[in-house]
Design a protein around this ligand. Structure first.
Ligand SMILES: *Cc1c(COP(=O)(O)O)cnc(C)c1O
Length: 326
């Protein structure tokens, strides 16, 4: 396990790396290690449900701030309005591996003395201004689920600058005690040697995986970018090609494309949908019109290293047949 931690820590060029059970536990451990177990956490509605439930699981209240229309990350200009005396932290998401406005977010956090936890489940190997996107904020989390760019079947990680925080994360993930010293309420968030072995088996292929995903993404770009909306990549971002999201003109068009793809046994994914501010079990309703709109129209197209050029062209032809029909 230490071998995988060391290798990934070096590969990502980050100071501290804690391998944990999965990306959801990573978020919960991050909140727990920073002593955030009450109050409000400002977050984005455009993410996977685990971002919101990790906050609720820690007995905190998620406060949703809408997203930027061009790259679907949290809109930093709306964060300040959402801050109250109960606000403890900000939990943005580097959606699809695109970078949040890390500088603006850090400035707000410093001004109001808030912690920043990035859900970096998609941000593996994305670099911003020459360094890992995971090297921003107090803690960044990763997911190594089988569907993610780099995987260990199940798995996740917490990455942080501060060694003390890393030590706290290690204690919390190992039942809250350090040898005979019972320090705090912990959980079993450590990961198994077996999963680490899967990671070590995948490790040599990381660069090849990214190169092949870039090939597929470039081909999609060439075939589709005139017909569908795409997130805008920041100039300073070295992208990891984790996903290929496309935004259709309407939910109806998206569903028509899905139906047409299904006839050829091709499955795209509604990712992310629904917008998390609309989850039925939230106590308070809030409006996030941009996230709700994008969620209703966005899909991630098939993207994996073995996807051949012919298959990509076939997918694009099917999409064009629907989108250009009107
Ligand atoms: C996958 C994912 C998670 C959860 O990770 P698991 O390893 O599946 O628990 C959390 N946040 C985002 C944005 C994700 O995509």
């Amino acid at each position: 396990m230490c071998e995988l931690e060391d290798k990934l820590c070096k590969f990502l060029d980050v100071p501290n790396f804690q391998y944990v059970t999965n990306g959801t536990i990573a978020l919960q451990l991050a909140l727990a290690a920073l002593d955030i177990n009450e109050g409000e956490v400002i977050t984005t509605p455009f993410s996977y449900v685990a971002t919101t439930t990790s906050i609720l699981w820690q007995r905190c209240k998620p406060v949703f701030v809408d997203i930027e229309p061009d790259n679907f990350t949290i809109d930093p200009n709306q964060i300040e309005k959402a801050i109250t005396p109960k606000t403890k932290a900000i939990m943005p998401v580097h959606v699809f591996g695109y970078a949040c406005d890390v500088e603006k977010i850090q400035k707000i956090a410093d001004q109001y003395n808030l912690k920043v936890i990035y859900d970096g489940a998609h941000a593996f190997a994305s670099k911003y201004k020459g360094k890992s996107l995971l090297d921003y904020g107090d803690i960044s989390t990763l997911s190594f689920h089988a569907t993610k760019l780099f995987h260990t079947v199940e798995g996740g990680a917490c990455i942080c600058k501060d060694f003390e925080v890393s030590h706290k994360l290690e204690i919390v993930k190992k039942f809250g005690h350090f040898y005979d010293d019972y320090k705090c309420i912990g959980i079993n968030g450590k990961q198994s040697e077996f999963h680490a072995a899967m990671g070590l088996a995948n490790y040599p292929y990381i660069n090849k995986i990214i190169t092949e995903r870039k090939r597929v993404s470039d081909l999609y770009d060439a075939e589709l970018s005139d017909f569908v909306q795409r997130p805008k990549k920041q100039e300073d971002l070295q992208y990891n090609y984790a996903y290929y999201p496309v935004v259709f003109r309407s939910e109806k068009e998206l569903l028509q494309v899905f139906e047409a793809l299904k006839k050829h046994d091709i499955y795209a994914r509604r990712y992310f949908w629904p917008s998390l501010n609309t989850l039925p079990y939230l106590k308070e309703k809030s409006d996030c019109p941009i996230s709700e709109d994008i969620s209703s129209r966005i899909a991630c197209l098939p993207l994996y290293p073995d996807l051949s050029d012919e298959e990509v062209l076939k997918i694009c032809k099917i999409i064009r047949s629907i989108v250009l029909e009107k």
